[in-house]
Design a protein around this ligand. Structure first.
Ligand SMILES: NC(=O)c1ccc[n+]([C@@H]2O[C@H](COP(=O)([O-])OP(=O)(O)OC[C@H]3O[C@@H](n4cnc5c(N)ncnc54)[C@H](O)[C@@H]3O)[C@@H](O)[C@H]2O)c1
Length: 279
């Protein structure tokens, strides 16, 4: 952690001297979080199946940090090995891994959910994180310092209508997170999960207005979250300041995972529905 001064003000960068790797960084939460980590002083490798991830690396370089990108599919262990080694060749060993890439392939009830959709969601969202961790953890153990942050979802604890594969994969990430902590806390490694509520990414912005309004109405904070807010939580968990937070599952959802179904809150929701909601 380094203190610098900007316009006479003390500025503390959380991640100076660290190297991060974040998956799913071509857009959305991954891209915004990569920028936050870079603003906090880290060099940041970015990975995605989309070649557009190159532009995230270019943005990071523009603010004076080192960056490298790799295009690969996290669900394929051979591609993960190749992709991580490409990033490592450019940036050196990875201190901070952010498993952010995730997908929803099919919105359907259990009885209509296809085998392929279930399989794909589990393989990308859960196995992908496992392959990534296996690829970076040995040097973390050797260095006795490492940070692993898995982007789960509120669906992990609350379930999600018509997204059984997604919710199950995100719940699986919690088991993965806790087991990494049990096995590697004594190696100076922390592994935590973040459970976002609805976050205003490009894709979420394309959801039907009434669904977004409903999400806002059932969120105590009465708004959706921003991608940068998730980025700041990731940066904190990745820093030395968070060394004793381990195996945790941390919601970032404006209180949405709390009990919003009580009579009192229903009244509030009705009142809110009468007014115009902005977010
Ligand atoms: N946006 C939300 O409201 C929200 C809420 C809860 C959890 N999350 C989780 O946060 C993470 C990021 O979500 P987002 O909203 O930014 O999604 P997004 O779809 O905008 O971005 C996900 C990125 O992951 C990449 N990706 C997908 N499959 C991949 C694979 N097999 N290999 C490598 N990269 C792959 C995509 O190309 C994309 O760039 C996901 O894990 C998602 O489940 C998002």
């Amino acid at each position: 952690m380094v203190e610098t001064y900007k316009d006479g003000e003390k500025e503390i960068m959380l991640l100076e001297g660290k190297t991060a790797l974040i998956t799913g960084a071509a857009r959305g939460i991954g891209r915004a979080s990569a920028m936050v980590l870079a603003q906090e002083g880290a060099d940041v490798g970015v990975a995605d199946v989309l070649p557009e991830v190159e532009s995230t690396a270019a943005e990071i370089q523009k603010i004076g940090r080192r960056s490298a990108f790799a295009v690969f599919d996290i669900s394929d262990p051979a591609q993960v090995r190749r992709g991580v080694s490409e990033i490592r060749e450019e940036l050196g060993e990875i201190d901070i891994l952010v498993n952010n890439a995730g997908i929803v392939t099919n919105i359907a009830r259990l009885t209509k959910m296809t085998h392929e959709a279930w399989q794909r969601e589990i393989t990308v969202n859960l196995s992908g994180a496992f392959y990534m961790i296996r690829e970076v953890i040995e040097p973390m153990i050797a260095k006795h310092w490492g940070r692993i942050i898995n982007i789960s979802s509120g669906a992990a604890t609350g379930g999600l209508h018509k997204q059984i594969g997604y919710a199950s994969s995100k719940a699986g990430l919690l088991g993965l997170t806790k087991t990494v902590t049990l096995e590697h806390a004594r190696d100076g490694i922390t592994c935590n999960a973040i459970l976002p509520g609805i976050i205003g990414t490009e894709l979420v912005g394309m959801m039907p207005e009434e669904i977004l309004q409903m999400a806002v109405a059932t969120t105590p904070a009465r708004r959706i979250g921003t991608t940068e807010e998730v980025g700041h939580l990731i940066a904190f968990l990745a820093s030395d300041k968070a060394a004793f937070i381990n195996g945790a599952a941390i919601p970032i959802d404006g209180g949405a995972s709390l009990n919003t179904g009580t009579l009192g809150s229903r009244k509030e929701i009705k009142e809110l529905e009468k007014s115009t909601t902005t977010f």
